[in-house]
Design a protein around this ligand. Structure first.
Ligand code: SAM
Length: 441
């Protein structure tokens, strides 16, 4: 049984009443785990058959078998490395799942607190690569992890930024169709998973979180255009951070969007819905509001982009099929932009094709794993082949009769690139991603 602070127990009991024993019992169970399928890369059945042990609850969202650490590990499967799915706690998927059907075509979306990227990944699938998603993370290190995840998933329409919410309040006023604010919170929904969340909990921490959330809400409010949607979510249960902050959103004249519970057992909490560990997943609160009034803002001033030379284009074209796509140059880098939007501190704006080193074009990992499937050549291997294990560990593999740059694919899904010569494929899988244990799923 988890030892919880007495004041917390009193507070949560006042929300749950007769369900309190169910909540406490659920806290002794294994934490729930899940994943969502990257529908821009794979079909649901392909992932279901490859993994086993997963069951779908809504859309592309799955609950994975509960087991002790070291049991069922989807992160060790080559399809994980190929970006076919994103591991995400099931209740954390609910806010974006309830946004489905509410957005217009080609929306401009701001994910204000985006790292490590679970909800960004859902938004990219929801929009099917159309429109633009600005995935922002204030913490530099976490923004790097976010970038890595977006690259692995291969989404072509995500811009990763590392800015304070204040930037959007001041520089991109009334610009976005949707702002998702998955707020930093006191993490009461993390209690089953992390003892550190229990240790760090106090009433004053809850109050500090609620105040910080209100500051971020002000920025979100300013960044939304007329009729735009604000999705506000937390993984905590405190009313200060949930219901009271929903009231704070309403105080700007926003109107609540009636969300019908797609799970069928979530608890109504003011204008939002709440899940607890005895109901579904680890716990999540969310509400959706529409901005009334306001105006439509203007795009930030655009940088003039360089166009690559014909010679550069023909070098890129030998490796990647870029016909009909806009390719831009920034210093030594070539990329396909996600949109014409530019931001400072941009970690990623579109699909990086590669860089020029002297006169040579060196392709980027991202261009191989993008959902755009740009590569011209590939070496394909089955999931359980020694070549896939070798490639993911960073080792050379047999190049057959290939020459030059090629993708390495597992059942047609790209893992990265290799450069072939003399019968050997030199490994270009990024060093930080390698699995040197040689053990896979
Ligand atoms: N949406 C993410 C996902 O689905 O993977 C999870 C986001 S997490 C709940 C909240 C994020 O807010 C963290 O990455 C944290 O670094 C960031 N954060 C912390 N303080 C912040 C602040 N003052 N302003 C904006 N973001 C902040």
């Amino acid at each position: 049984m988890k030892e919880l602070p007495p004041i917390y127990l009193k507070r949560i009991a006042s929300q749950l009443n007769s369900e309190m024993p169910l909540y406490l019992e659920a806290l002794s169970d294994y934490p729930s785990k899940g994943l969502h399928v990257n529908t821009m890369k794979a079909s649901l059945t392909e992932v279901e058959e490859a993994l086993g042990g997963i069951s779908r609850f809504l859309d592309n969202g799955y609950i994975t078998e509960r087991s002790e650490e070291g049991g069922f590990r989807p992160s060790q499967h080559p399809y994980y490395a190929a970006g076919l799915y994103y591991i995400q706690e099931p209740s954390a998927m609910l806010p974006v799942m309830h946004l489905s059907g509410l957005t217009r075509d080609n929306p401009l979306i701001l994910d204000m607190c985006a790292a490590p990227g679970g909800k960004t990944s859902q938004l990219a699938c929801l929009t099917n690569g159309k429109g633009t998603i600005v995935a922002n993370e204030i913490d530099r290190k976490r923004s790097e992890a976010l970038r890595e995840n977006i690259v692995r998933m291969g989404y072509p329409n995500v811009i990763v930024t590392n800015l304070s919410p204040k930037y959007f309040e001041e520089e991109t006023k009334e610009l976005f169709d949707v702002v998702l604010l998955d707020a930093p919170c006191s993490g009461e929904g993390m209690f089953r998973k992390e003892d550190a969340a229990i240790k760090g909990w106090s009433v004053s921490a809850v109050e500090a979180c609620a105040a910080r959330q209100r500051e971020i809400i002000k920025s979100a409010e300013a960044a939304l255009k007329q009729n735009g949607l604000l999705v506000y979510s937390t993984c905590t249960f405190s009313e200060e951070e949930d219901e009271r902050n929903a009231e704070f959103i309403a105080s700007f004249g926003f109107k609540p969007v009636l969300i019908s519970d797609r799970i069928g057992k979530l608890k109504k909490a003011g204008d939002g819905l709440k899940s607890y560990p005895h109901i579904f997943g680890e716990g999540q609160y969310f509400c959706i509001f529409r901005k009334e009034g306001g105006a439509e803002g203007k795009l930030p001033r655009q940088k003039t982009s360089e166009k690559p030379s014909k010679d550069d284009i023909s070098k890129i074209n030998e490796i990647f099929n870029i016909e009909g796509r806009e390719v831009l140059k920034n210093g030594d880098l070539f990329y396909i932009p996600s949109s014409s939007l530019t931001f400072p501190c941009t970690r990623l704006n579109g699909t990086l094709l590669g860089r020029k080193e002297g006169k040579v074009f060196v392709p980027a990992h991202q261009a191989f794993v993008s959902t755009l499937k740009l590569y011209r050549k590939s070496l394909d291997f089955p999931v359980d082949s020694k070549e896939v294990v070798a490639y993911l560990s960073g080792a050379e593999i047999d190049a057959r009769n290939e020459k030059g740059w090629s993708a390495v694919t597992v059942n047609g899904h790209a893992l990265g690139g290799v450069k072939c010569s003399g019968g050997i494929a030199k490994n270009h899988y990024p060093k930080g991603l390698r699995n040197e244990s040689g053990r896979l799923f």
